[in-house]
Design a protein around this ligand. Structure first.
Ligand SMILES: [Zn+2]
Length: 166
């Protein structure tokens, strides 16, 4: 499953990438505001990507052009993930062993601890055993303090998938 995401969904983009999805974010493309909609639709068509948007007009336009599009109604990230999951009929699960870089969409590779010794803060190096490196931009990731927030959102997402009224 591949996605192209409008400029209002930066946080969702990072989440989907962490969950291993291939996501192009409009904010990363160099297009002028007037041609944004066209660029999104063209890319979705060319690369067979599903458009995710908070813009109802754009969503309707995409559908008219026979582009697969999901109109994202919620602002809350866990609810957004649940919305999309239901539409694509796939669970969205974050697993660093199967992740993409939230910043550039590159694949993450697991790297040996010693390989990152000089690239991460000493405290981090001592505290963590597992590291991942982006194959495209070389940024290094580990399950640091932000991981708790990710886990909390994941739990909320799981609950929403079980009971949509939550
Ligand atoms: Zn990267």
């Amino acid at each position: 499953m591949k996605f192209v995401v409008d400029g209002m969904l930066g946080k969702l983009t990072r989440w989907l990438r962490l969950a291993g999805q291939n996501v192009v974010y409009l904010g990363d493309l160099e297009v002028s505001t007037e041609t944004e909609d066209k660029a999104l639709i063209r890319l979705a068509e060319k690369e067979d990507r599903i458009l995710l948007t908070r813009d109802l007009e754009l969503h309707r336009k995409a559908i008219r052009c026979r582009i697969k599009s999901i109109y994202v109604e919620n602002e809350d990230i866990a609810k957004q993930l649940a919305e999309i999951s239901k539409q694509i009929d796939e669970t969205i699960h974050i697993d660093l062993w199967n992740s993409r870089c939230p910043l550039c969409n590159g694949r993450l590779d697991s790297v040996g601890k010693l390989a990152v010794k000089n690239e991460v803060p000493q405290k981090t190096f001592k505290k963590h055993e597992r590291f991942w490196k982006c194959t495209k931009c070389n940024k290094i990731y580990w399950a640091g303090s932000h991981w708790e927030n990710i886990a909390k959102t994941s739990e909320r997402y799981e609950r929403l998938m079980e009971d949509p009224s939550c």
